[in-house]
Design a protein around this ligand. Structure first.
Ligand SMILES: NC(=O)c1ccc[n+]([C@@H]2O[C@H](COP(=O)([O-])OP(=O)(O)OC[C@H]3O[C@@H](n4cnc5c(N)ncnc54)[C@H](OP(=O)(O)O)[C@@H]3O)[C@@H](O)[C@H]2O)c1
Length: 171
């Protein structure tokens, strides 16, 4: 389960999970469903219309980019021995994770991206093998930086917004 799947990190989360053989559920807003299914999502929840924690489905791994996700609701839909990975943990989530580790067999992980040589080489191999690719919404020039920021704030954006030194605006 990738929550916030249609953003910069989530689109890689979906593809990496899929490349590793997982059955992937993606959660994001309406207009990202098509793109997320194209990159490998098997199931999709539109967070503007439904709450994935209320669907009755349970998950082995929940990878969440969404800081306001409910820790307790996510825990309820995490299977025994499941893993809850937080890209954007709140202090309260970090504190609660201590209790989760102590009293359940579930694991909460909020490691920040390490970018070790080994990890980067693994990603390079996956890119070269065509298993993962960057999902780029729009490329802006430096002069269009303000416009790029405005684009990030819209729900129409799908994937990453890039500011490039050598390109003109391109969607
Ligand atoms: N741990 C690390 O090492 C690390 C590294 C870099 C960044 N981060 C953090 O990770 C987070 C995600 O980064 P990102 O660059 O992937 O962000 P992003 O590109 O803004 O993607 C977030 C996605 O979540 C969706 N979303 C918003 N509210 C949601 C909700 N309630 N339920 C489900 N989806 C929702 C957004 O869709 P809409 O816009 O359509 O609502 C968007 O597609 C950021 O908070 C960032 O600070 C962590």
């Amino acid at each position: 389960m990738v929550n916030g799947a249609g953003g910069s990190i989530g689109t890689f989360g979906v593809q990496i999970a899929k490349a590793m053989g997982a059955e992937v559920t993606a959660v994001d807003s309406t207009n990202k469903e098509k793109m997320l299914r194209l990159i490998g999502a098997d199931y999709f929840f539109d967070y503007t219309k439904e709450d994935f924690t209320k669907s009755g489905q349970t998950y082995d791994v929940i990878f969440s980019m969404v800081a306001k996700s409910s820790y307790s609701e996510c825990m309820k839909v995490l299977k025994p021995q499941g893993r809850y990975l937080l890209a954007n943990p709140r202090m309260s989530d970090m504190l609660r994770s201590v209790m989760t580790s102590k009293f359940t067999d579930k694991e909460v992980i909020f490691v920040f991206a390490g970018e070790t040589e080994e990890e980067l080489l693994t990603l390079k191999e996956m890119i070269e093998a065509g298993k993962i690719k960057s999902i780029v919404d729009t490329i802006y020039s430096f002069e269009q930086a303000a416009e790029a920021h405005r684009r990030v704030e819209t729900e129409q954006r799908s994937g990453a917004v890039v500011i490039s030194a050598g390109h003109n605006s391109k969607t």
